[in-house]
Design a protein around this ligand. Structure first.
Ligand SMILES: C[S@@+](CC[C@H](N)C(=O)[O-])C[C@H]1O[C@@H](n2cnc3c(N)ncnc32)[C@H](O)[C@@H]1O
Length: 248
């Protein structure tokens, strides 16, 4: 998907930054997936605004190369970059601008369903990854649609999600045909808002590329339905399941 033809980059972090606890959770998850392998160079493929890039550099004390085809997403990433171990480059999964066997870990978050050619991008991952090293995919899947916290409020989103999101079985098939073995496939539950009102504010930012497919009227109707629900449901934290695949 071409993020540069949308308004998402300017609002992405407003809608999708879930704070330091969420980053810590994911750094622990990544570290336990990698085990004792030594990590000097990390590729954050489809890095977007660099939501995870600096946390990866700090956690592993490693060089991080964030690659993304969207200049607007990369502009946001560059603007807030503080860590010298991180650099961003324009590029895409289907033609990763890195040499063979040059990275110790690939981290991909919420980008697999955006690849134009998922098989080619996965083969590219295999090419740039050193033998025996780990590729981690953090993603949504078709299997999880009923559990996403917003779906019941936006009835027209079901077919769009079904069309956009891969199944877990398809993801494994693609990685295994590219020469990876599946180490694990899990679900991680992350908190994305302390209460429903905050969640609605985040969704209203317009940072979700799937919800952006709805007409403004359908989107607004869903937001109103969520507001009515929030008034009844009170102050419970909002959590969502994320699929985590570890390949080697
Ligand atoms: C939902 S954002 C995820 C950004 C970041 N990884 C995160 O989790 O916040 C999806 C990103 O995938 C990128 N993307 C789209 N097509 C891509 C491709 N062919 N190769 C690599 N990244 C791609 C988009 O530009 C966008 O920045």
């Amino acid at each position: 998907m071409d993020y540069d033809s949308t308004d998402i980059p300017a609002v992405y972090d407003r809608g999708r930054d879930h704070g330091p606890e969420m980053l810590q959770l994911w750094m622990k998850v990544v570290a336990s997936s990698v085990g004792k392998q030594s990590i000097n160079t990390i590729l954050d493929l489809g890095c977007g605004t660099g939501r995870f890039s600096e946390a990866l550099a700090a956690h592993f004390d490693a060089e991080v190369i964030g690659i993304d085809p969207s200049k607007k997403m990369l502009d946001q990433a560059w603007k807030k970059l503080r860590d010298r171990r991180v650099q961003y480059e324009h590029g895409c999964g289907e033609a990763i601008p890195l040499p063979n066997d040059s990275v110790d870990l690939i981290f991909m978050s919420m980008c697999f369903h955006h690849f134009d050619d998922q098989m080619l991008a996965t083969r590219e991952c295999r090419r740039v990854l050193r033998d025996g090293a780990t590729a981690i995919l953090r993603t949504g899947t078709r299997d999880r649609i009923p559990s996403y916290p917003y779906v019941d409020f936006f009835p027209k989103i079901h077919p769009i999600l079904k069309d956009r999101l891969p199944t877990a079985a398809f993801i494994r098939e693609v990685f295994e045909s590219a020469g990876f073995s599946t180490v694990s496939s899990d679900i991680v539950i992350q908190q994305i808002a302390p209460d429903c009102a905050t969640y609605i504010d985040k969704l209203s930012a317009g940072a979700d590329s799937v919800l952006a497919q709805l007409s403004p009227a359908d989107f607004q109707a869903g937001i109103e339905a969520m507001r009515a629900h929030a008034a009844r449901a009170g102050d419970k934290p909002v959590c969502e399941p994320i699929d985590l695949f570890v390949f080697r």
